[in-house]
Design a protein around this ligand. Structure first.
Ligand code: ATP
Ligand code: PMV
Length: 496
């Protein structure tokens, strides 16, 4: 690797999220939500593609080597009338399902880069490879994972999956997946020590069929992909992730791209926490995005850059209060995966229908929940550990009430039964079905010690057996840090 390309190789990671309190109300600018970042991160490694002498490539390749059939190749072109850069997914060989979040992010970020770095227009974008590596907790465990947790020989050979070393890092770059040993049924193999769990597991399925746990994978990937592209293509004088102004650019650009990919239905709390980590969040005015042309439309590039740069500082009216949020020492936020997942969009639609038909009751409920959000943030910030239960219980009651009134399973009965019992375990301080509720992973606020963890694991094991379901305590913990640059050295076995 030349010195020049080494400096352009970058790894960025962004955290997942848990909206501990404030689901639904945070969609309204009148209200706020209490969101924690999570230790589960999505990493994006950006590097140049080296071609043989005389070979000219103009491609951006995004790969998620933990999933089958997850290599997306894009061509790109400049659209006339200031329509920006548009990417087109290239198909070669077996058809690959589009990745809407990745494609949309490329359209927005490449357009922004071309607009702010005018010198680039003359030579376009050098080909680049972007590798997405998600911490294992973003998806439920595959039911029949092989002993090695690596792809079987049936996975596509164009999906590099380096062999795993004992520390979870891979040992060679771009080794075809066929190098993984096939699953064995030899009974003698049972006596062999279990191979170490890889840091980035192969899920043995396509992304579409993966069971997500609800940690905010789309916001984390849009944010880390945006940051990786900006860091890779722009000189440090125009983008430096360690500066507040560049973080603001990243936040604004990732919000716009994520909102567009999501169909403008979210409050943006997940992107805010992917960038800034834990915070008390008030959303931006939805009108902010209303005037922005779509990618490819006349004037899109200039309007996007003006919106993202916000030179006057008066466009983005969201509030991200980091100082309002912390965790008492010795207390952790943990997550319990119930291996189901939830359709947030249809739940939001139904809750809004109820809110619009029952204005008074809804306003009372929303105000009641807001009071609890503020109280809970205050208790945690002031380290009043013994009082946590006294606010988390009422948060659950209000969420359950809102679910019953609107006919939405915000806290489904099965979750109610489990959380009630779980709250009886010594060391558990409170629990909640976070965010929109439903069957995403439940959040548990508990003492951060091995004894409590043992008791909680034991409880979940028994609960799973008794109820013939699969509930498990995930490794992930609440943490405060947002997006960050990672040491490329830790990923060198994924380098090309
Ligand atoms: N590892 C990955 N590689 C590439 N794209 C990914 C990856 N993980 C998630 N995505 C993108 O994010 C989409 C999932 O977004 P979705 O909003 O449904 O989930 P989520 O953000 O995890 O949900 P929630 O907000 O409930 O946690 C996928 O369809 C894909 O476009
Ligand atoms: C319902 C909502 O307020 C929270 C959704 O949270 P989650 O994706 O279920 O963690 C929607 C939003 O704020 O984007």
């Amino acid at each position: 690797m030349s010195d020049e390309s080494a400096t352009r190789t970058v790894v960025v990671s962004a955290p997942g999220k848990v909206l501990l309190a404030g689901g639904y109300i945070v969609l309204d600018r009148k209200h706020t939500g209490l969101v924690f970042g999570l230790s589960a991160r999505i990493h994006v490694l950006a590097q140049e593609i080296h071609t043989s002498a005389g070979v000219h490539l103009s491609e951006i390749v995004v790969q998620s080597p933990q999933f089958l059939n997850s290599t997306w190749r894009f061509g790109y072109h400049l659209v006339e009338d200031g329509g920006g850069i548009k990417v087109t997914q290239l198909q070669s060989g077996a058809p690959v399902e589009p990745n809407h979040f990745v494609e949309t992010t490329l359209n927005y970020v490449l357009t922004y880069i071309a607009q702010v770095d005018q010198s680039r227009a003359s030579h376009g974008f050098e080909p680049a490879s972007l590798l997405v590596l998600a911490d294992n907790d973003y998806y439920s465990k595959p039911k029949h994972s092989s002993a090695s947790d690596r792809p079987s020989s049936s996975s596509s050979a164009d999906e590099p999956f380096p062999p795993i070393s004992t520390d979870g890092a891979s040992t060679t770059a771009s080794a075809p997946s066929t190098s993984a040993p096939p699953p064995t049924t030899d009974p003698a193999a049972k006596t062999e020590p279990k191979p170490p769990r890889p840091r980035f597991r192969h899920f043995g399925t396509t992304l579409r069929h993966a069971h997500k746990t609800g940690l905010g994978s789309s916001a984390a990937i849009v944010t880390s992909l945006t940051a990786a592209l900006l860091s890779h293509y722009l000189p440090a004088s125009l983008f430096d992730l360690s500066t507040p102004s560049s973080r603001r650019v990243l936040h604004n650009l990732a919000q716009v791209a994520h909102c567009s990919a999501q169909g403008k239905i979210g409050s943006g709390f997940d992107v805010a926490s992917a960038v800034y980590g834990s915070c008390l969040y008030r959303r931006f005015s939805p009108a902010l995005l209303a005037r922005l042309p779509s990618p490819g439309e006349s004037g899109f590039a200039a309007a996007l850059a003006a919106l993202v740069d916000d030179e006057g500082g008066d466009l983005w009216d969201c509030e991200i209060r980091k100082e309002a949020v912390s965790l008492p020492p010795g207390v952790a936020i943990r997550m319990c995966d119930v291996d189901c997942g939830t359709q947030t969009v249809s739940m939001v639609k139904k809750v809004h229908e109820w809110r619009d038909k029952n204005k008074e009751q809804a306003a009372e409920t929303y105000d009641g929940l807001q009071a609890r959000v503020d109280e809970l943030a205050g208790l945690l910030r002031e380290h009043r550990t013994e009082e946590i239960w006294s606010v988390m219980g009422p948060v659950r009651d209000i969420m359950r009430g809102m679910g019953e009134a609107s006919g939405v399973p915000i806290e489904p009965e099965s979750q109610t039964a489990m959380l009630n019992a779980l709250e009886g375990v010594e060391g558990v301080l409170g629990s909640v079905v976070p965010g929109a509720g439903g069957y995403d992973a439940a959040a548990v606020v508990m003492r951060d010690d091995v004894e409590t963890e043992k008791r909680v694991r034991g409880f979940l094991r028994e609960w799973s057996a008794k109820n013939e379901i699969q509930v498990r305590l995930m490794k992930v913990k609440g943490e405060t840090e947002g997006v960050r640059k990672e040491d490329v050295g830790g990923f060198k076995l994924w380098l090309q």
